[in-house]
Write a protein that binds this ligand. Structure first.
Ligand SMILES: N[C@@H](CCC(=O)N[C@@H](CS)C(=O)NCC(=O)O)C(=O)O
Length: 246
């Protein structure tokens, strides 16, 4: 548990997220919440739970992280956490910009969750089971193999070719980033955190590179890694942990 300082006049916020081997912060949905907190200028103590340990988060009456606890209020689901931070912490910069921005960001959330994650996640789940303990590895393997009806090894076998489908779906993002630095415009917003969480997860769990080096998204990803004093970059990549370069 890492305790950072308490925001002025408020009780300490607590964020429950996944912890892998050596405390790796590998939950992509939790990165959305972590970056949203930083965007709002808020700090939270984080509690890392194992993905197979449902007893640890039973208090939230559901079985997934992130979970934000603000005194008596328990908020589960990254989108609901973003809305909670936006609506209850009026002092910080906006995550959505306005009501129209919030509505459009909801589209980005669905786009990333329903189009992009299913294209990338199966290709690198084989690597994820190496960075969690044995019980968590068994839990994740069972879950993904049931969902995709193939073994993690089969899912990863042809990933060098299958990644092209993922890259193709990103084309509208590329077009948008030709005109502006971030999905949200001149500065990053929650839409950027949603998409970035997928790349952050990938760099933490795997050395497999989802983007071509010439992709315009590479520059955007670097800008995202730099935000909030390099908050996302401060979590070591899989390549850094393994002692190689990426
Ligand atoms: N819609 C949820 C999804 C959260 C989610 O899938 N979290 C994963 C970790 S990144 C989880 O807790 N999985 C546990 C499990 O499926 O057993 C959100 O946006 O927060």
């Amino acid at each position: 548990v890492v305790i950072i300082d308490a925001p002025e006049g408020r009780a300490v916020l607590t964020l429950y997220e996944l912890g892998g081997l050596d405390g790796r912060r590998y939950s992509q949905f939790s990165w959305r919440a972590t970056l949203a907190l930083a965007h709002k200028g808020l700090t939270a103590q984080t509690i890392k739970v194992r993905v197979s340990d449902k007893a640890a988060i039973a208090f939230s009456k559901q079985d997934k992280v992130p979970i934000l606890v603000d005194r008596e209020t328990v908020v589960a689901d990254s989108w609901k956490i973003a809305e909670y931070l936006e609506d209850d912490f009026l002092s910080g910069p906006s995550l959505f910009g306005c009501d129209t921005g919030r509505a459009l960001t909801r589209f980005v959330n669905a786009f990333v969750d329903r189009q992009l994650i299913p294209k990338l996640a199966p290709l690198i789940m084989r690597d994820v089971v190496e960075i969690v303990d044995a019980e968590d590895a068994a839990h994740l393997r069972k879950q993904i193999e049931a969902a995709f009806r193939r073994s993690l090894e089969e899912l990863a076998a042809d990933r060098a070719n299958e990644i092209t489908g993922f890259r193709r779906i990103l084309d509208p993002v590329r077009a948008s980033l030709r005109a502006q630095s971030f999905l949200a415009g001149v500065s990053a917003g929650y839409a950027d955190y949603i998409l970035f969480s997928l790349f952050q997860w990938a760099r933490i769990v795997s050395t497999f590179e989802p983007l071509e080096s010439t992709d315009a998204l590479v520059g955007w990803r670097e800008r995202m890694l730099d935000l909030h004093d390099g908050l996302a970059r401060s979590e070591p990549s899989r390549a850094e942990r393994d002692g190689g370069a990426r």
